[in-house]
Design a protein around this ligand. Structure first.
Ligand code: Q46
Ligand code: ZN
Length: 289
C-alpha cells in the first residue's frame, strides 16, 4: 500500500477518510484534523493558558504534543495516583515528554492527601480515581491561574460514557458530552480537543512522531465489553464514531436539564460542591491511613 500523498510506503489506511498515509505525511494530516476540530467547535482559544492533563498514555501524550505543535500556550499536569509501578513509569514518561517538547511540567501526588489508589479497598476503584482526578486537576488549574483544562478524551471514551450513563436513563449527563464546557463558580472550563479522534489516530501519531508514551494498562482498568462493541460497529460502518460524537454535540444543544441544584462550598476544603462535604473529602476521610 502506497501513501496517497507522496507514494512512499504507507503506515496505515484510514477508512473514514479513504486515505493511505506514510509516517511522514500522517502527522501533518493528524494535526490538521485536530486544528479543524478545535476551530470548528471553539474548543480552545489562542490567548488561553491551557493545563493539559497527561497520564502518560497514548491519547493524552498525543494531545499535548499536538497542542504544542499547533502553537497553543500549554503546560502539563500529571497526577501521581499511587498505583505501584504503573504510576512510577507513567510519571517518568510524562517528565521525559515535557522535557522533550519544552513544556512546563507540574505534578500533584494523591498521597499528599493521605491515600493512594492502590490503598482504596472498594469494588469501584475507578469511580474513586475519577473523582480524585477531577478534583485535583480543577483545584490545581484554578489555584494556578489556568483558563482551561484539556484532557485526552477520545471519541471512544465519549461514546462509552454515553452507553454506560445516558442509555441507563441519565440524560442529565448529555450536556457533559460536549467538546468544551464553560467553567464558573470555582470550576475551570474543560476542553476535549481529541473528542473526534479515535485511539487508532492517536497511536499512529505518537508512533510516527516518536513521542514517549506508556503502553501498559492501569492494573485497575476493568475489561470493557462496550469498547469491543464500539470497534465492531466502526468496522462495519467506518466513520460511525465521528458521526456519533458530532451528533451528541447537536443533541447536547437541544437537551434542557434542570440546573437548579445549589452549588455550595465544601465545609472541609472550600472547593465547589453539591453537598455539604465534597465527594473527594469524603473519600479522604474514608481512606486516609
Ligand atoms: S487510572 Fe484510575 Fe483509570 Fe486506573 S484506576 Fe481506573 S480510572 S483505570 S483512566
Ligand atoms: Zn472538600
Amino acid at each position: 500500500m502506497r501513501c496517497s500523498k507522496c507514494k512512499e510506503r504507507a503506515i496505515a489506511y484510514l477508512k473514514p477518510y479513504r486515505i493511505a498515509l506514510c509516517g511522514k505525511c500522517y502527522p501533518e494530516f493528524y494535526l490538521r484534523l485536530v486544528e479543524r476540530s478545535v476551530k470548528k467547535y471553539g474548543i480552545l482559544k489562542r490567548k488561553e493558558r491551557i493545563l493539559a492533563c497527561v497520564s502518560g498514555g497514548k491519547d493524552s501524550s498525543a494531545m499535548v504534543v499536538a497542542l504544542k505543535m499547533l502553537g497553543f500556550n500549554v503546560e502539563i499536569l500529571h497526577i501521581d495516583l499511587g498505583i505501584g509501578d504503573y504510576s512510577k513509569k507513567s510519571r517518568k514518561i510524562v517528565e521525559e515528554l515535557a522535557e522533550g517538547i519544552d513544556v512546563p511540567f507540574h505534578v500533584v501526588e494523591l498521597a499528599e492527601y493521605g491515600f493512594t489508589i492502590d490503598g482504596v479497598d472498594v469494588k469501584k476503584v475507578c469511580s474513586v480515581c475519577g473523582t480524585a482526578k477531577r478534583y485535583l486537576m480543577n483545584r490545581f488549574a484554578r489555584e494556578n491561574g489556568f483558563d482551561v483544562i484539556a484532557t485526552g478524551h477520545t471519541a471512544e471514551d465519549i461514546i462509552l460514557f454515553f452507553f454506560k450513563n445516558v442509555l441507563s436513563g441519565g440524560i442529565e449527563w448529555i450536556p457533559k458530552l460536549v467538546p468544551r464546557s464553560e467553567g464558573g463558580g470555582g470550576f475551570v472550563s474543560k476542553a476535549r480537543p481529541l473528542f473526534e479522534r479515535s485511539e487508532k489516530e492517536n497511536i499512529l501519531f505518537v508512533l510516527a512522531e516518536g513521542i514517549p508514551f506508556l503502553a501498559d494498562e492501569c492494573p485497575h482498568a476493568p475489561r470493557d465489553a462496550w469498547k469491543e462493541i464500539i470497534y465492531d460497529i466502526e468496522a462495519k460502518r467506518p466513520g460511525f464514531k465521528q458521526n456519533f460524537v458530532r451528533g451528541l454535540v447537536r443533541l447536547a444543544k437541544n437537551v434542557k436539564v434542570d440546573e437548579n441544584w445549589e452549588l455550595r462550598r465544601c465545609k472541609v476544603c472550600g472547593e465547589p460542591s453539591s453537598s455539604e462535604v465534597c465527594a473527594f473529602c469524603r473519600y479522604v476521610m474514608k481512606f486516609k491511613k
